[in-house]
Each structure stands twice: as C-alpha cells, then as structure tokens.
Write a protein that binds this ligand. Structure first.
Ligand SMILES: [Ca+2]
Ligand SMILES: [Ca+2]
Ligand SMILES: [Ca+2]
Length: 248
C-alpha cells in the first residue's frame, strides 16, 4: 500500500515537471561574473552584465545576441567541422550570430575585456573600449587562455578554427545521427531553455536551436550557475546532454 502511494506521488510530480530540477540562472555566482576580477580603481567596474550587454548603443548587427555590448567580427571565416559536412552529409556552415557572440571572447584572439559602451557617462566606442580585467588595466587586451579558446585549434593553435569542436552553424535534422524529434519535451529531463522559441507551448529541443541551427547556446546558457554553463542540470553526467538529442 505504501509503495503504491509513493508511485502515485512520483507520477504526479513527473507530470508537473517538478521531479527533475532545472539549472538556476545566477550569473553573479559564476566565472562569467567578470566584475570579480575587475578593479574600478584601474579602469574596471563592479557591474556584471556590462561585459556582454548594454542598455544603449548596443551592437545590433548581430542577431540572437540581445543588446550585445561587444564588437563582433562577422566577416571572419572560421575553419569548420568536417571540412563543411558531417558523416550524414549535413552542411556545416559558418558559426551563426549566437555562436559569434560567445566567440567574441572565446576565439582566443579578441579581448575579453573589450566593450562598446563602458559604464559611466559617455565612454562609447563601437570598435571597443578596454576595461580592467585581471590587472590588464585599460590599455591591454586580455585574451582567453588556451583551454577556454574554443575558436582556436587546440593542437596546432591555428586561429579561427572550429574543426576540432562539435559542429555549430548546422541544421538540426531529426533522424540523422540518431537525432530526436524537435518536439521532444526537455524540462522534465532537467533542461533550461530561453523561452518557447519554436512556439509549441513547452520546453523542447526546438527551443535550443537558433534559426533552426545548433549553436553554442544550444548546449550552454551563459547565465547558468551549473557545470560548464551547460543547460542541463548536473552537466553531462552519464552523457545525458548528448543523449537528449542523439538517441543512441
Ligand atoms: Ca557609458
Ligand atoms: Ca577549436
Ligand atoms: Ca518549445
């Protein structure tokens, strides 16, 4: 009898989506709180969002990166995964805007400490104002260390190289590479999404895509206080992140 009650309870919780928790957005507590390493006395700031977003004079040439406060070179050509196609012959294009936003720090070339609109009256420059970060002061760029510079090739150190990374800038075609339906529900699997992007009424794989494509923000959420900014609770434990899309 007791067992039965427990089973009913679990089912009810599962139905309301409470059974598995989703990661919490609390950027202040993460390594993306760059203000922890920025000294206002050396031209830095105690603001958090400003390293990526600004209320005014934002970079509106880059979609899917809201109120973006960094210069982003959309003209740079990256070496892409698989020479431009996967085993299943899906075309791998240049990284989309959402990925370019991450790469504006994670390419290993651009300054992590460069913004368009710095805190305080004025101090705006579309090609970049330098803020203090990890004692850089305001005259030197602080570039991403190798192990976080996704935009480089880890072995050869070639720049603008995404050939050694999970493909981005490619369409999500269910069935290929064991990919699940875009309508698969994922909050119950511990995922957090950034809105009902595909409009089907609930958190789904379609909400992970940007213009129908896999980008950095499909797997990561830059505000989440969790393992490697991954969108799923507990990170890739048991490869749950991979298995959500690839039913292998
Ligand atoms: Ca300003
Ligand atoms: Ca790379
Ligand atoms: Ca949805």
């Amino acid at each position: 009898m007791k067992k039965r009650v427990a089973a009913v309870l679990i089912t009810t919780l599962g139905m309301t989506g409470l059974a598995s928790s989703v990661p919490v957005e609390n950027i202040a507590a993460t390594i993306h709180n760059l203000s922890n390493y920025s000294d206002p006395a050396r031209g830095g700031t105690n603001e958090i969002c400003v390293f990526c977003h600004t209320p005014h004079y934002s970079n509106n040439s880059i979609g899917n990166a809201p109120l973006w406060n960094k210069p982003v070179s959309t003209s740079i050509t990256f070496t892409v995964y698989g020479g431009g196609s996967t085993l299943a012959n899906t075309t791998v294009g240049q990284p989309g805007d959402a990925s370019r936003a991450c790469l504006s720090c994670h390419d290993g070339v651009s300054g992590v400490n460069v913004v368009i609109n710095a805190p305080g009256s004025g101090n705006i420059n579309p090609s970049g104002v330098i803020l203090d970060y990890r004692s850089s002061g305001t005259s030197s760029l602080w570039r991403m260390p190798d192990s976080f510079a996704i935009g480089k090739n880890y072995s050869t150190r070639a720049t603008y190289d995404l050939s050694d990374d999970h493909p981005v800038g490619l369409e999500y075609i269910p069935g290929r590479a064991g990919l699940a339906s875009k309508d698969k529900r994922i909050d119950t699997l511990g995922w957090i999404v950034s809105g009902d992007i595909d409009g089907n009424g609930y958190p789904s794989i379609g909400d992970l895509l940007r213009n129908g494509k896999v980008e950095c923000t499909s797997c990561h959420n830059p505000h989440v206080n969790g393992v490697r900014f991954l969108r799923v609770d507990g990170g890739n434990s048991g490869s749950q992140l991979c298995l959500t899309c690839h039913e292998k």
